[in-house]
Design a protein around this ligand. Structure first.
Ligand code: SF4
Length: 240
C-alpha cells in the first residue's frame, strides 16, 4: 500500500484563503516541495527543520487520524504542503476514501506538476508563485495543467496569486490574461511570517494597497481580492 509523507494534520478550522474561504475544514500538510520560495510560510514542510515530525501514512491511516481529531465535525479536507502534487496514486486513493464518506477534497498546489487525481479533486487551487518568491514559472507546464483540468476535470478550479509588490501584480495580470475564464483570487503577501502578536493592522494595510491596484485597473475587473482570513484572526500561529 502506498504511503503519503504527512507533517501536520489539524482542525477543524476555517479555511482562510481562496475559493473555499470561510469553509470549515481539516488540514493535511504533506512533506516536500519542489520550490523554495523566499517568503514561504510553511518552510518546515521542506527545509528539514521538522523532518522528525514526518510520518509515512496510508490513506486509511490519514482518514483515521482526521476522524480521531474531529469525529464527524467536518466534511471538507484541505490538502496542502509543501506541494501535494508530488504525491502519486496514494493521494488519489485518499481522495476516493474521502468521497466514500461524503467528504470534499480541496487541494492547493503551485502548478508545477500534473497528477491524474487532479480530475477527482472537488476544489483545486492552482497558485503559481510570483517573482518575489524567487521562483521561475514554467508557463508551458502551467498552461498544460490549466487546460487539462478545464477539459476533463470535475474540480471547481481557480487560480490564486499572492502579491507582495508591483512586479508580482504584473505577474498576476499575466496569469489572468493567459486564463481569463478561470476565477482569479489575489491575496496580499504577509512579508513577516515570524512576527509575534497581532499582525492584522499590517495585513489590512497591504489589503487596502492591493484593493487600490485592482480598483484602478480595468483589465482586472473580474479578479477577486481576499485577505488571508485566518491570519487576521490568528496571526502567525501555526496549526490554525
Ligand atoms: S510552493 Fe508553497 S510550500 Fe513550496 S516553497 Fe513555495 S510557498 Fe513554500
Amino acid at each position: 500500500m502506498s504511503r503519503i509523507p504527512v507533517i501536520e494534520m489539524f482542525g477543524p478550522t476555517i479555511q482562510g484563503e481562496g475559493a473555499v474561504i470561510g469553509v470549515k475544514t481539516m488540514f493535511v500538510r504533506t512533506y516536500g516541495c519542489d520550490y523554495r520560495c523566499g517568503w514561504c510560510d510553511s518552510a518546515f514542510t521542506w527545509d528539514g527543520s521538522a523532518k522528525d515530525k514526518v510520518t509515512m501514512l496510508t490513506p486509511q491511516e490519514i482518514l483515521s487520524g482526521l476522524l480521531e481529531l474531529a469525529g464527524e465535525n467536518f466534511n471538507c479536507v484541505t490538502i496542502s504542503g509543501g506541494n501535494p502534487a508530488l504525491i502519486g496514486e496514494a493521494m488519489g486513493e485518499f481522495i476516493s476514501l474521502l468521497h466514500e464518506r461524503g467528504i470534499q477534497a480541496a487541494i492547493e498546489t503551485q502548478g508545477s506538476r500534473w497528477q491524474d487525481w487532479f480530475h477527482e479533486v472537488d476544489v483545486l487551487t492552482i497558485s503559481p508563485k510570483p517573482p518575489s518568491s524567487g521562483m521561475q514559472t514554467d508557463w508551458d507546464k502551467l498552461d498544460e495543467i490549466m487546460n487539462r483540468v478545464a477539459d476533463n476535470g470535475k474540480a471547481a478550479h481557480s487560480l490564486k496569486v499572492v502579491v507582495f509588490n508591483q512586479e508580482d501584480y504584473e505577474y498576476a495580470r499575466k496569469v489572468h490574461f493567459r486564463h481569463p475564464e478561470v476565477p482569479l483570487f489575489l491575496q496580499p503577501g504577509n512579508d513577516n511570517v515570524t512576527e509575534e502578536g497581532d499582525i492584522s493592522g499590517r495585513l489590512l494595510g497591504r489589503l487596502e494597497w492591493l484593493f487600490g491596484l485592482v480598483i484602478a485597473d480595468p483589465q482586472m475587473n473580474r479578479a477577486r481580492v481576499l485577505p488571508q482570513l485566518h491570519a487576521l484572526i490568528w496571526h502567525n500561529k501555526r496549526g490554525k
